[in-house]
Write a protein that binds this ligand. Structure first.
Ligand code: CTP
Length: 376
């Protein structure tokens, strides 16, 4: 938070100081640190801190802290601060799964949420012992993203960003579908980065293989038709629309009501495919003034020159403001953490060449998006 330019005061509990001592907090925050109310009384710290803060985050929030906050106790500086704060309050619970799922904890969480406190769902994963499950503290960068989103700092502060991700499925019968290899990782990385940069983010998710990042609103869809409807809806008041989803270009002309049965020695009737609407083209046609629309191009190209040629042709067909061209041949990109992509502007000029993680591409892409938002 300090690296991002924020002034940070640390208010540990007595228990927190058993894990990390006051000198560490003082050096990191650049401010004196105290846990109880009987120090520097002339400055009335039990009221001053809550009044001063633009946001309070308790991370990790133990089961005990949740109980004290829900009961409105004021028995140390932190709980006093929670009672006097009128700014947004985020609590990031971290505890063993049994404690998190205990009815008392869940009731405390419900009480706090009903009062407008944002209690973040804990992550699922390895806990302090050998056990794992829900109860893990979310990663620091996810908490940072939530804070940035809540106080509206960052280059995309106050902007609405809609990202589609994953691969649509077109039903053949109640059991089978036509699908594709998209994992949704790139769209999820863009959604996470947009939150980190202060945007209000909606993810329209078609079968994604990654958890939805904290702070992102999600709309789940199945088919290309569902995705079209959800994207039209979410894009109406969006500043930025990013189409990473792999939308099925074709669907079976009819969806069989019953399962297509196997008959020994008889080949099934052929399945006739019909074309789906092009969601990106549709959104470009409906583009609102100043809205920035980003398309992706999944191509198999012999080299970069061929990739750029294919991307330019696609750009002309789609009419978006930025196009990210991925070479997806030979098992590259789909389902992998890493990516290689060229970013083209609306005139077809290559403005970035990214080889790195999908998060790296998200950063580069959103920088190009922010430039266009500020230019308009
Ligand atoms: N797209 C879309 N609706 C479709 C197909 C694609 O909105 N029915 C979007 C994708 O989300 C992506 C861009 O269009 O942002 C390009 O997708 P891609 O699959 O690379 O291109 P296609 O238009 O399907 O063309 P082709 O398969 O011939 O390369």
């Amino acid at each position: 938070m300090r690296e991002a330019g924020h002034d940070v005061r640390v208010v540990p509990t007595e228990s927190a100081l058993k894990f990390v001592g006051a000198p560490t907090w003082e050096a990191l925050s650049g401010h004196p640190v105290q846990a109880e109310v009987w120090q520097d009384v002339d400055q009335v710290p039990h009221v001053a801190l809550g009044r001063w803060a633009d946001l309070v985050i308790v991370a990790p929030a133990t089961a005990n802290l949740l109980a004290r906050a829900a009961a409105g106790l004021a028995d140390d500086l932190l709980t006093n601060t929670l009672l006097t704060a009128t700014c947004p309050v985020l609590l990031a619970p971290a505890m063993h799964t049994e404690m998190w799922l205990n009815a008392a904890t869940q009731a405390n969480v419900a009480t706090l949420r009903s009062r407008g406190v944002q209690v973040i769902e804990p992550a699922v994963g390895r806990l302090t012992g050998a056990d794992s499950g829900p109860g893990r503290l979310p990663e620091p960068e996810d908490l940072f993203a939530l804070v940035a989103g809540t106080i509206g700092s960052g280059p995309l502060a106050g902007r609405r960003v809609v990202v589609s991700a994953g691969g649509t499925r077109e039903p053949i019968d109640p059991v089978r579908f036509l699908g594709n290899r998209s994992s949704g990782l790139q769209g999820v990385a863009i959604a996470a980065e947009a939150v980190r940069q202060g945007a209000e983010v909606t993810l329209v998710a078609a079968h994604i293989g990654a958890p939805v990042p904290p702070g992102v609103a999600v709309v789940t869809v199945e088919t290309a038709a569902d995705l079209l409807e959800a994207m039209r809806d979410a894009s109406q008041d969006a500043d930025v629309v990013v189409m990473t989803a792999a939308v099925a270009d074709f669907r079976p002309d009819v969806v069989r009501e019953g399962k297509i049965k196997k008959v020994d020695g008889v080949d099934p009737a052929p399945i006739t495919l019909v074309q789906n609407p092009d969601v990106l083209v549709d959104l470009v046609e409906r583009r609102t003034p100043g809205q920035v629309i980003v398309g992706f191009a999944a191509e198999t190209a012999a080299d970069d020159e061929a990739l750029v040629d294919l991307a330019r042709t696609k750009l002309a067909r789609k009419g978006c403001d930025l196009l990210v061209a991925n070479d997806v041949g030979q098992g590259r990109v789909f389902g992998h953490e890493g990516t290689r992509a060229l970013v083209l502007d609306g005139n077809g000029a290559v403005i970035a060449d990214v080889a790195g993680s999908k998060a790296d591409l998200a950063v580069r892409l959103l920088a190009a998006v922010a430039d266009r938002l500020h230019a308009s």
